[in-house]
Design a protein around this ligand. Structure first.
Ligand SMILES: [Mg+2]
Length: 378
């Protein structure tokens, strides 16, 4: 299992990949490749690839390409990237001419040989480049490559298996490397009919926060809208309850079905964060939520409402909603809020904090397929 902890590297060429291919020796000659910031920022945020620059700059230090002319714009490129949260772990720039025949010149691997050690997983690593020499470097390193903006290049047979993708867009590379975009969505649908309620509900954990749960209870609908929006789950639900009795069954059963749907959608919970927490402020109230999809129901509630009813909705049912969710989702759920706030604000802050904590807890860790428990089961 030690192999799973090896570091993965995204080797990146500079010219033709980060900036347009030309001699960059003035600030005016820096022209960025479209979407490079967006793609590298998402890759940095959502994956654990180390970013390593591997670039050749022919003949820096000659009168035609002075060292001073090269260095200022080069520093500016990296400082601009850093400002967008894109930080290179190592920057390797070889300044030789082809005829110098140095081992640091691509496709030779002299600049990055140290990555061929047990600390790194080359088979899961990639090179982004715009030339066949970049792909040859990838092949020599035992990794694969993305050939960017190289429409005119014919990939020779011996490199076909090295080139993971040939594309004109950085966004395709980000989509390839960020697992969330390609893994199947985690979904479940639950139908539950009793003498007290008839409920159908579907959930897509990997959604964008679309849909709603219709319960015929105005305030409750409003709170469930917060859950949909702030969890970013897509949820479609319809609840027909015995409202002629009171709201109790509708609220309880909606929570039970939502919890069951989330539990089923999570499946064996491989590769999820498992824990999530959030603090949400809403005007005069601060709410805190913590959730652990541990497989065990436990519920801690430290919220008091100053009003018995919020609109026509009994505020005591909010506690009951979350307790019911905890029991059917099999999660530990902690909710608290500061006292003395407007009850509508308190309720809304609690629902939002709950939803956002859940969103963090269900997040997939890119490339990780383990269950986040030393027991091996959640
Ligand atoms: Mg290049």
């Amino acid at each position: 299992m030690a192999g799973m902890d090896k570091k993965k590297v995204l080797f990146i060429d500079r010219d033709g990949v980060i900036v347009k291919e030309r001699q960059v020796d003035t600030y005016e000659s820096i022209e960025y490749i479209p979407h490079v910031f967006e793609a590298l920022r998402e890759i940095s945020r959502k994956t654990d690839y180390l970013l390593v620059m591997v670039s050749n700059q022919d003949g820096v230090g000659t009168s035609a390409f002075t060292y001073e002319g090269f260095q200022g714009p080069a520093d500016r490129i990296f400082s601009t990237l850093r400002g967008e949260g894109i930080v290179f772990d190592e920057i390797n720039i070889d300044l030789s001419f082809p005829e110098d025949n140095l081992p640091t010149r691509k496709p030779l691997t002299g600049m990055i040989d140290r990555y061929r050690s047990a600390e790194y997983d080359m088979s899961s690593s990639f090179m982004v480049g715009d030339r066949l020499t970049d792909m040859m470097l990838a092949e020599s390193m035992g990794c694969r490559g993305f050939l960017l903006n190289a429409d005119e290049l014919e990939v020779p047979d011996e490199l076909v298996s090295t080139v993971a993708m040939k594309t004109g867009s950085w966004l395709d590379i980000a989509g390839y490397l960020i697992p969330d975009g390609t893994l199947p969505h985690r979904t479940a649908a639950v139908v539950r009919n009793t003498k007290e309620t008839e409920i159908s509900l579907s959930v897509d954990i990997d959604g964008t926060g679309e849909g709603r749960i219709e319960t015929s209870l105005g305030f409750f609908n409003h709170m469930l809208d917060q859950v949909v929006r702030h969890s970013r789950f897509d949820i479609a639900g319809n609840v027909k309850g015995d409202l002629f009795v009171d709201e109790h069954h509708s609220v309880e059963d909606t929570a039970l079905v939502l919890g069951e749907a989330v539990r089923k959608a999570l499946g064996d919970k491989r590769g999820i964060e498992r824990y999530g927490y959030e603090i949400v402020m809403m005007d005069d109230t601060v709410a805190t939520a913590a959730i652990d999809f541990s497989g065990r129901p436990e519920f801690i509630w430290d919220v008091r409402f100053s009003m018995e009813y919020i609109g026509e909705f009994p505020s005591e049912l909010i506690r009951h909603f979350f307790r019911s969710f905890s029991s059917s989702a099999c999660c530990n759920l902690y909710l608290s809020a500061t006292e003395g706030g407007n009850s509508h604000h308190t309720a809304e802050a609690v629902f939002k904090a709950f939803a956002r904590a859940m969103r963090k807890a269900v997040r997939r860790i890119p490339g990780d397929t383990r269950v986040q428990s030393t027991k091996g089961v959640l």
